[in-house]
Design a protein around this ligand. Structure first.
Ligand code: PLP
Length: 414
């Protein structure tokens, strides 16, 4: 079901976007939009992002169609761009925040605090106190120490016990090594919460970001079921919330992940009309919505090898190569050297290295990558750059990731 014009109007007027220019893209119009941005706005040739709101709307529809029983709480850490958050808020997403500042950025969009889960199992006391002040009343825990802090600063907060699933799903970024109660820790933790008079409402897990093996959802949902039973056997009020976390990637894998979730819900939680299922997708919504344009600022020729320097790299947006184990791709936009054929269709390619701008050899973005002969001032365009990119970049060597501008566009406008 395509998003209605009403939805689009609501998004364009939403906090985070209001007053921003949004350019409608025709089919395959992204390249043309990047070209016009380069020629009209980027004399200084700084890198920039394009956020395609049409992609976000499509993904939101896809989620609602494929996993309608799981309310999405978008994981802000994945990409906190305000226009992106505003779009998700207008579409009806809720939010997963991990810090005071993330809570602030979501509340500042006019989102009510009951649409936020403070899904960080280990929070600073000052952040817990802040959550209490602003009315964020749902959080996760996996230790007795966390329960003590919550009891002290936010005793009315509803709690989800974060469990470590049996398997990290072959994830690009496993989270199990850091978070989640082990099976033998569950009962003592529930008893500690009960003794402290705290309100445990349900169970949460995360099978790992960029998961590949979706049976991990089934195993974690089975594990969650045993926690529900443990709580019942301890005489606690019935648990009602199941938080299946993130780990979803858009594209064909999504259907596979969703069917693993759905069949496990049917098998382990049949006939539970009162169960609320929530999820915390980050990558799913962010990854393909953002495209990054970078400028070629340097070149060296060594025999057959071509080496290029661009103005964003490992210490900036491409930190995803290190931290998110991402494999990035790019296409050329030869705005300076090939006016007649900027996308270089049919051009002979050379094995090329693409370096970032800092003076560290680690700052290498691509190796042995086929690119046509390009020149200084041409551009390289990187698709699928929305997840764990700008969010975790630094200002190392004076290259300021947080200064990279984002232009808004909308494909398939109605
Ligand atoms: C990072 C994180 C997410 C988002 O994970 P994705 O794999 O990007 O969907 C969700 N929940 C928690 C608790 C996280 O730490």
């Amino acid at each position: 079901m395509p998003s209605s014009p009403k939805t689009l109007q609501a998004i364009l007027g939403a906090p985070g976007l209001r007053g921003e220019k949004v350019t409608a893209l025709s089919k395959d119009g992204l390249t043309a939009f990047i070209q016009s941005t380069i020629s009209t706005k980027h004399e200084m040739k700084e890198p920039f992002y394009v956020l395609d709101l049409g992609v976000v709307m499509d993904l939101f529809d896809k989620w609602a169609q494929t996993l309608p029983m799981a309310q999405p709480f978008y994981a802000v850490k994945c990409n906190p761009n305000p226009a992106f958050l505003g779009t998700l808020a207008a579409l009806g997403s809720n939010f997963d925040c991990a810090s005071k500042a993330e809570i602030d950025s979501v509340l500042s969009l006019g989102v009510s605090p009951d649409r936020i889960v403070f899904a960080n199992p280990c929070k600073a006391e000052s952040h817990i106190k802040y959550a209490a002040t602003v009315g964020v009343n749902l959080t996760t825990f996996d230790s007795k120490e966390e329960l003590e802090k919550i009891k002290k600063w936010h005793p009315k907060c509803a709690l989800l016990i974060r469990v470590k699933g049996p398997d990290d799903g072959g994830a690009r970024c496993p989270l199990g090594p850091k978070y989640g109660a082990l099976p033998e820790e569950v009962s003592p933790l529930l008893q500690a919460a009960q003794a402290a008079g705290l309100n445990v409402k349900g169970v949460s897990f995360h099978i790992g970001s960029g998961a590949m093996q979706f049976r991990a959802y089934r195993e974690a949902i089975a594990e969650a079921k045993t926690v529900f039973e443990t709580a019942a056997s301890l005489g606690m009020p019935k648990l009602r919330v199941l938080n299946i976390g993130g780990g979803f990637t858009a594209g064909p894998q999504f259907a596979e992940a969703a069917s693993a979730v759905k069949s496990a819900l049917q098998d382990y939680f049949p006939n539970e009309p009162e169960l609320t299922v929530i999820a915390e997708p980050g990558r799913f919504f962010a990854e393909s919505a953002f495209t990054l344009a970078t400028n070629i600022i340097g070149k060296r020729v060594r025999g057959d090898l071509r080496e290029y320097w661009i103005n964003d790299g490992i210490y900036g947006s491409m930190n995803c190569i290190l931290y998110d184990h991402a494999v990035v791709t790019c296409t050329p936009l030869a705005e300076a050297s090939k006016h007649g054929n900027p996308t270089c269709k049919g051009a002979k390619t050379h094995d090329s290295t693409v370096f970032g701008p800092t003076c560290d050899a680690l700052d290498t973005v691509l190796k042995d990558y086929p690119l046509p002969e390009l020149q200084v001032n041409d551009w390289l365009v990187f698709p699928n750059m929305g997840a764990y990119t700008a969010a975790a970049g630094s200002n190392f060597n004076g290259f300021n990731t947080s200064a990279i501008l984002t232009y808004l566009a909308c494909s398939n406008p109605i």
